[in-house]
Design a binder for this molecule. Structure first.
Ligand SMILES: [Zn+2]
Length: 348
């Protein structure tokens, strides 16, 4: 018979192991390979939150009640001044990895919101992650009998007033347990949505940041992933965005502010590429569940990269449809998924 103290020692050893793995995942995805100043943002968020960012995010996501509801968002209208129909490929595959882990690990109802103009492309990425796009009513059936892994894709308003109104309505209706954002641009203090180059590209952009502000005001947990400073969640480290990110202090559009988003979060995860932050979080979720199914595997990352090309999502660093993301080539994304899996393998 195993004594109670031996069981307690075993549990403590396990929690120490998880903490070590969380810290390694943090380190891996915050190497500033793109030289965009993410190491400063990482340090700021780490000092503020006092623990592994990836670990805190995974802990919060795994704390969603079994069968709970999560609203997710991703997608950026990348060339808004040309067309609202083109999204970028950083964000969607990461958000898909998280939605998949939430469905498999928590039997969660996942509701993905973005521009109507990007629903089809992002829905294809969700499908490649194993999730069938259905209505809320259909998802409720699937959640009850666990017969299908699903996601609900909903359009979000692209004007400030209607964006605010939809925030109230959506939170009243869905009563979510958590909100999650991956690489979703938020407005600055003057209400302008900026690209990393400091230009205004708010046209045709869903005002999802108002939904996140309202969730925070209601005390609903918010987890956000970003790599540049202009994303939802970065309001948490706004002074550091101003100090360390190009155009963080002063944009090029003449609004008088910088590119930093005002919307904060409860748990901020920084990464050199937002998709990598999500890959690391799903690895930390897998470690907690002891279930490799929750991992974002290298094979699936390859599949999602191909799907994003066929859906027309662009590599925004180069302004072209290809399987580089944020200018990082295909093999680096597959490599990050492999390394995240290697890091958590001893917990699986
Ligand atoms: Zn501006």
């Amino acid at each position: 018979m195993v004594s109670r103290s031996a069981v307690r020692r075993g549990m403590m050893a396990e929690s120490c192991l998880v903490t070590r793995l969380d810290n390694r995942l943090d380190q891996l995805v915050n190497i500033d390979m793109g030289e965009r100043g993410v190491e400063h943002l990482y340090q700021a968020a780490r000092d503020l939150q006092g623990e592994s960012l990836v670990g805190a995010a995974a802990e919060t996501l795994m704390a969603v009640p079994e069968g709970g509801t999560v609203i997710l968002t991703t997608g950026s209208v990348s060339r808004a001044w040309i067309t609202p129909g083109l999204g970028e490929n950083d964000g969607p595959s990461g958000a898909a990895a998280i939605a998949r882990a939430l469905v498999l690990g928590r039997n969660a109802l996942c509701v993905m919101v973005c521009e109507e103009s990007l629903l089809s492309a992002i829905g294809s990425v969700m499908q490649a992650a194993g999730l069938s796009s259905v209505t809320l009513e259909q998802a409720a059936i699937a959640r009850t009998d666990r017969s299908l892994a699903t996601v609900v894709m909903l359009p979000y308003a692209t004007e400030d007033g209607s964006g605010r109104a939809q925030a109230t309505r959506m939170l009243d209706d869905l009563k979510p347990d958590l909100l999650f954002s991956a690489e979703r641009v938020g407005r600055n203090e003057y209400g302008v949505y900026h690209s990393m180059k400091g230009i205004d590209y708010g046209m045709g952009r869903a005002r999802v940041d108002f939904l996140f502000d309202e969730a925070l005001a209601r005390g609903i947990p918010v987890v956000a992933v970003g790599d540049g400073g202009n994303e939802i969640g970065m309001g948490r480290v706004s002074n550091h965005v101003k100090a360390h990110v190009p155009y963080g202090d002063r944009c090029q559009c003449g609004c008088g502010g910088g590119i930093g988003a005002v919307t904060g979060c409860n748990i901020l995860v920084t990464a050199a590429c937002s998709n990598w932050g999500c890959t690391a979080i799903s690895a930390a979720m897998a470690a907690r569940a002891g279930d490799p199914k929750l991992l974002h595997s290298p094979r699936r990352e390859a599949l999602l990269l191909d799907t994003m090309v066929s859906s027309g999502l662009i590599n925004s660093a180069h302004g072209i449809v290809d399987d580089s993301v944020d200018g990082f080539p295909r093999q680096s994304h597959i490599g990050i998924a492999e390394l995240c899996r290697t890091i958590v393998s001893r917990a699986l």
